[in-house]
Design a protein around this ligand. Structure first.
Ligand SMILES: *Cc1c(COP(=O)(O)O)cnc(C)c1O
Length: 240
């Protein structure tokens, strides 16, 4: 269990280092338990609602990739921390009036679930930044967030996204309904993995499976995740 701090100001660089080493330990243990090579799973630190200072410390502790849910907040932090050369992932729901900010400030977008948004991201991507790396968010459980393409509609979306010049399709992402029970946690993750395996012959570029958060990363890694998105257990609870 990570240390919890009522305010970000109570957290020290040492606390953050301890949280990060504990998460890395959990990831390595889960890889090992699943007979997967050490290092198969990458860590995305979800820094939404956390200060630029905490992100700076996390970078000093070795993290390079940060995830944000709000376009304006990501743009501000990316500007404040431009000297660090961080990799920014947009993981939140995408409103069409925010695609310009997302196309400009992120390196990856995990939450593309409809063509209109993909088209806008491609149109608005500054050419000098190179293609925006994209994961398609898939709905794998009924009660999950409203976002996500239905599995039945995924192939059509993939084929359309592949034609967009400034996007590079890299994989799939899911946010399942939350469950405290490990066996139940694994079901939607297995579903996404099965979908990926059914497509990998025609779409070998779909190599990334972004799944697993603080409370279910072990279940996700057991089912083949290679990118976990961890917020609370790195930076503490979010209070605002
Ligand atoms: C907030 C968030 C996370 C991190 O969740 P924690 O439970 O704090 O680890 C991961 N993925 C998405 C899409 C999120 O919005």
């Amino acid at each position: 269990m990570a240390h919890q701090f009522p305010y970000d100001a109570d957290m020290t660089p040492t606390d953050l280092r301890l949280n990060i080493s504990e998460i890395n330990r959990r990831i390595r243990a889960a890889e090992c338990a699943a007979d997967r090579p050490s290092g198969a799973v990458s860590l995305l630190a979800v820094s939404k609602k956390k200060s630029a200072e905490l992100i700076r410390w996390a970078h000093q502790a070795g993290l390079t990739d940060f995830g944000e849910n709000y376009a304006q907040e990501m743009a501000e932090k990316a500007a404040q921390l431009a000297d660090l050369g961080l990799t920014w992932h947009f993981i939140g729901p995408i409103q069409s009036n925010k695609t310009g900010l997302i196309a400009e400030f992120s390196d990856w977008v995990h939450s593309v679930d409809r063509l209109k948004i993909a088209q806008r991201l491609s149109d608005q991507r500054p050419p000098e930044k190179g293609p925006l790396k994209v994961l398609l968010q898939v709905k794998t459980s009924d009660e999950a967030s409203k976002s996500g393409v239905l599995p039945d509609a995924l192939k059509t979306l993939i084929d359309a996204v592949e034609t967009l010049p400034n996007l590079q399709l890299k994989g799939l992402m899911t946010i399942p309904a939350s469950s405290a029970e490990p066996a139940a946690q694994r079901v939607p993750f297995r579903h996404l993995r099965t979908i990926q395996q059914s497509l990998i012959g025609r779409n070998p570029e779909l190599a990334i499976l972004s799944m697993g958060m603080s409370s279910d990363l072990e279940a996700a890694i057991a089912e083949g995740s290679n990118l976990v998105r961890v917020g609370t257990d790195i930076f503490g609870a979010r209070y605002n």
